[in-house]
Design a protein around this ligand. Sequence first.
Ligand SMILES: Cc1cc2nc3c(=O)[nH]c(=O)nc-3n(C[C@H](O)[C@H](O)[C@H](O)COP(=O)(O)OP(=O)(O)OC[C@H]3O[C@@H](n4cnc5c(N)ncnc54)[C@H](O)[C@@H]3O)c2cc1C
Length: 440
Amino acid sequence: MQNASIPKVIIIGTGPGGLALYHALIKNKDKKEFDVKIFERDSSPKERWQGYHIALNVLGTRSLLNCVPSSITSNLQKAIPNPLPDVEFHGFLLTDNEGNLLFNPPSKQFKDFNELVKVYEEFSLIVTYRDRLRDVLLDSVPVHWGKKCIGYEETKDGVWVKFDDGSREYCDILVGADGINSPVRKQRLPELQIFDYGLTNVVANVAVPKHLMDRYIKLQGNSLLQKTLGLHGDSSMNIFRLIPIEQEPDYNNKSNSNELHYRVTLNYSYPTKLDYIESDKLKVDDNDSASVIEHVKQMIRNFGSEGEFNDILLELWDLVPKSTPNDPEKYQYKTYNPTRRRQYYDIDPSSVKPWKSSRVTLLGDAVHAMNPTLGLGTNNAFQDAELLSQALINYSSEEPISCIQGYENEMRKRSAVDVLKSRTAALKMGSPNFDIINVR
Ligand SMILES: Cc1cc2nc3c(=O)[nH]c(=O)nc-3n(C[C@H](O)[C@H](O)[C@H](O)COP(=O)(O)OP(=O)(O)OC[C@H]3O[C@@H](n4cnc5c(N)ncnc54)[C@H](O)[C@@H]3O)c2cc1C
């Protein structure tokens, strides 16, 4: 039987933020014990493709390491492989449409993520495998799959969490780590609205053969996160690692080719209004990946500058899978994800008055989604998880709210800065005839 004196925490969502918080609360057990339960709407860990790459910065990596136990840290290598010295440069590069360098901030190189966390440079980052990171963070977490939260009922003494299968669960603290469309946020802070700033983004994951990657590197260099700005507010962002997929530990050769391949995330953004011009010429259906890919290629042809970079981009987009494979689990290189247009959205927690805390709190994208231009979302979610777990050490049944208030005040201040920084960067880069003076 459950010990009634141990307070119960329910986390909704198994994204990076929810999982990091789960581990941190278990890790802090000797300081403050909680009965922690975590619920996810997906029916299994494989239901939704989790993406190829994200860049983690020093602050995010540091918080991640502070949240997870040593058993997870020792597995992080699978998700955050060490840089290949002299081959990979973990840094950010911004060029114009003709390939001229606009911005290449200082980025300290390191031998592994343990060394990265000791670095103090703002722009230092490591490109990680997002899908693997999720797998590693899921290890030994007893997730309740297929449980979609639809709301909650808060009383003076606790919270009833409601699920779409008609069931409900009681807890002392509810944490909505349920992403940008969070039903927990919609109920808890209905005044905090999603902001749409008129930019569209298409993301795709591809396995790129060595000969094409060699051409790309020769032209653009080996910075693993690269952004190229067009003249019409259009831009391409490519993120990659130069570790061949064939050398990854669980690789099964399902291809007939002997050529090595690399993981690449392609990202194409443009002012949404360009869609109205272009869609007259080509019918785009977001449920049909082939039409979206063709649309992106058309945009690149129309708005890009003629030359080798454009040619390579077109070849890269040609490699994107165009339809659902029969068995996505076994899909070659596991690159499949339906390709669709998405809007750049964000949620700025400083756009509403500071709220009075309660037993229901939020973390990550649920309360401060930010566009991916500066790669700060997951980094903030990890910082939230660390901060909230530290705050909850001071939880007491007599005084349950004040620790949450401390967390929310700090989380709100920090994350709002990054939301607005990311918004400004995206809007400036999404402006036609963008000028580099605007970047800094
Ligand atoms: C293209 C792109 C590139 C990015 N690159 C970077 C980067 O380089 N660096 C970086 O730091 N960030 C990056 N981000 C942002 C990053 O992906 C998010 O900030 C991060 O995933 C937020 O984590 P989270 O745990 O808060 O939410 P999420 O990852 O959104 O997880 C929410 C979880 O909650 C579940 N859920 C949702 N609703 C319910 C419900 N009702 N009931 C139960 N479960 C529910 C979802 O299924 C999901 O598992 C990028 C984002 C995009 C789109």
